[in-house]
Design a protein around this ligand. Structure first.
Ligand SMILES: [Zn+2]
Length: 282
């Protein structure tokens, strides 16, 4: 069983309106000003899933700043997931700074079948992960409706690249402590947070977090799989590619070729996501 928990798709029209979107939305501008960052539709994704025998993918939004664009993108994600309910699930784009409109949009998306919120980009959406007053209504609604939260995360060290921000391990850790009852996935290995589970205080009371492997090949050397599993175990790690930025097969190959156990491989590649996301269709 293969489940990719982190891919991005957009309406086909967004390719034509790309320059306009760059002007209007700060997150899109950060991620897609570089013309090498391609946009993909659900159909492109389904083709890639067929080729790679992937059973199910979570189509995620980006952390839109702009309400109108986010709504249009959300509709596309929700319709795609409805049309291919046996193969796709949708995480929608919400900006907490929209206030009441954010709550209204989450409720609308829940009615339309959303199973998560994200990928959130606090830097470009301009909110702070420790702003409990701003985030509590959203997080409470997510908890009540079993919506998973996906947060873009960045390494405190290393090279600069589009999207690299300041949502680093320290902030992810504080966020998980502020909302311990929410189910949170920290993307891109949480910016390296699992390495800090070697600290005595984290080892004895680990945060309630999941980590995905999105864009691993662009960020880390391949030993990361066995090293992090040695530290935190294999129950909380999900295979995510970051398609179309990274080809789905790239990460599958990294997992399959890694020195982790057969059981850990099947947990990462699908079982953990199936359980967390309550995917009953496969
Ligand atoms: Zn990301």
């Amino acid at each position: 069983m293969l489940i990719d928990s982190h891919v991005h798709v957009f309406p086909k029209s967004f390719e034509e309106s790309r320059n306009d979107l760059i002007k209007k939305d700060s997150t899109f501008r950060e991620m897609y000003t570089n013309t090498k960052s391609t946009l993909s539709t659900s159909e492109n994704l389904l083709h890639s899933m067929d080729v790679n025998n992937i059973d199910f993918s979570i189509i995620t939004s980006i952390g839109w700043e702009n309400y109108e664009i986010a709504k249009e993108a959300n509709n596309y994600l929700l319709n795609s997931a409805k049309k291919h309910s046996d193969r796709l699930g949708a995480f929608v784009g919400i900006n907490p700074n929209w206030g009441d409109l954010a709550i209204e949009e989450i409720k609308r998306c829940i009615d339309q079948g959303a199973i998560g919120i994200g990928e959130m980009h606090p830097d470009t959406q301009k909110f702070k992960l420790d702003d409990s007053k701003l985030l509590s209504p959203l997080m409470n609604l997510a908890k009540k409706n079993n919506l998973i939260i996906l947060i873009h995360s960045s390494e405190p060290l290393g090279r600069k690249y589009p999207g690299k921000g300041k949502v680093e391990p320290k902030k992810i850790l504080a966020f998980s402590k502020l909302f311990p009852e929410n189910k949170i996935i920290a993307a891109h290995w949480g910016g390296g947070l699992p390495f800090y589970y070697l600290l005595k205080e984290l080892k004895s009371s680990p945060p309630k977090l999941y980590f995905d492997t999105a864009a691993t090949n662009l960020l880390y050397s391949k030993e990361i799989f066995e090293i992090i599993i040695n530290i935190i175990g294999s129950d909380n790690i999900l295979f995510g590619s970051d398609f179309p930025l990274v080809k789905q097969e790239k990460i599958i190959t990294l997992v399959k070729d890694s020195k982790i156990s057969k059981i850990a491989k099947s947990k990462l590649l699908g079982e953990n996501a199936k359980q967390l996301l309550k995917i009953s269709k496969i």
